[in-house]
Design a protein around this ligand. Sequence first.
Ligand code: ADP
Ligand code: MG
Length: 452
Amino acid sequence: MTNEETWSSILAQIQLNVSPAIFTTWFKSTSIVSVENGEVTVAAPSSFAKEWLEQKYHKQILTLLRNNDNSIREVFFKVAKDSPTPQKAKSPTTPPTQQTPSGQLGFDEFKFNRDTNLNPKYSFDGFIVGPYNELAHAAAWAAAKNPGMVYNPLFVYGGVGLGKTHLLQALGNEVLNNFPGKKVRYIPTEKLTSEIIYAIRNGTIETLRAKYLDTTVFIIDDIQFISGKERTQDEFFYIFNSLYNKNLQIVLSSDRAPKAIPELSDRLRSRFEGGMIADVSLPDFETRMAILKTKCQQLGLSFSDEILSAIASTIQSNIRELEGALTKVAAHTKFKNTTPTVELCQSILLSINPKKVINYKKIIQSTVDFYELKEKDILSDSRKKEIVKPRQVIMYLLREELNASFPFIGRKMGDKDHTTVMHAYKKISAEIKNNEDFQEEINILKQKIYNS
Ligand code: ADP
Ligand code: MG
């Protein structure tokens, strides 16, 4: 296993146990520079980050490194040699004392259970359900009530930061609530891969198999990382079958559907496709607001709807970023001791994610490109079918994604009446509900809008 693989496996575990803001601030730009005589050296992007990791996370990082390889004795931190980009090197806006009043926050966050790898912070209670994740939620819930009996395997897929890990962990925690004696194991694929490689190298594969084969609910996160790793796939196929044949529950997540994972053996692919496949698409505005409100409650924040709406309409495609933005706005206001204004909020959001900020122009342009039309046709009064439909789609998206008012949308769409916009919104909403192909089309379009 390369240092890079080891570190990404460690980071995957850390990510599970710290908040998104902490992960991004302290861990994201780190790497292993050397492993010699049981001593690991980790590079941090700035001296500030180096000190922070040393003081707050030394013990946890060492424990994780040792779990991975028990010959590791010590971990050291240094500032990365290659000069980091200014953004990486910049000290975070919030000084350490703000985030860790007791100096112990880092320790408290590592609450996960060493046997199951489950973190109790992830529960179904804290999981907001909207149209975009309803199916995945229902399937996970059913599997937690009746492990191995209903959907086996359960395969959940969707983009980054959309709640897959949360859902899988909630499933695991719920199984333990329902059936305290059952064995649940959660493992990120990077960790599974490193365990398998280690076991093969050390001739301990039988021990590893035995360890997994008594698992009632085996949860493997981010299985797309198994792509191209033939030996790991062979071993995983063996484990998968042994569990499956005993009616033990297998749950997988991935950033894409099984058919879209490259370099995956056909036999694994067909196993993945043999159970229940549930996708998580993009959360609509209402759901994003609901998530922000829940997070505010959890964090003891009280922001006006106007502020939350500014955040929810700017950050659309990633709930981790949505949380990160909320944390950042909160940190800013606490630091400056002010109530945030929408303008302040927007400038903070812009600094977090300049590319993801979308506006009405972006929606119009991307939709026009998507349907291979011209903007002037869309804004015209033409009643041709191939123009009317995309025009209605734009109106729908402006409402749904930006929460824009009907009159505003009418003005931007070539001075149409607001009732025309309302009609379009209703029509497209209904069609999305009733026509799966159309729903898929709109999802692809949305991803184009956010990712271009
Ligand atoms: P993924 O595994 O799909 O990349 P995560 O499960 O790590 O995403 O989710 C990112 C963050 O967003 C986590 O902090 C998670 O708790 C939060 N989150 C995601 N979806 C929801 C939801 N539906 N309700 C509440 N919080 C959510
Ligand atoms: Mg995840």
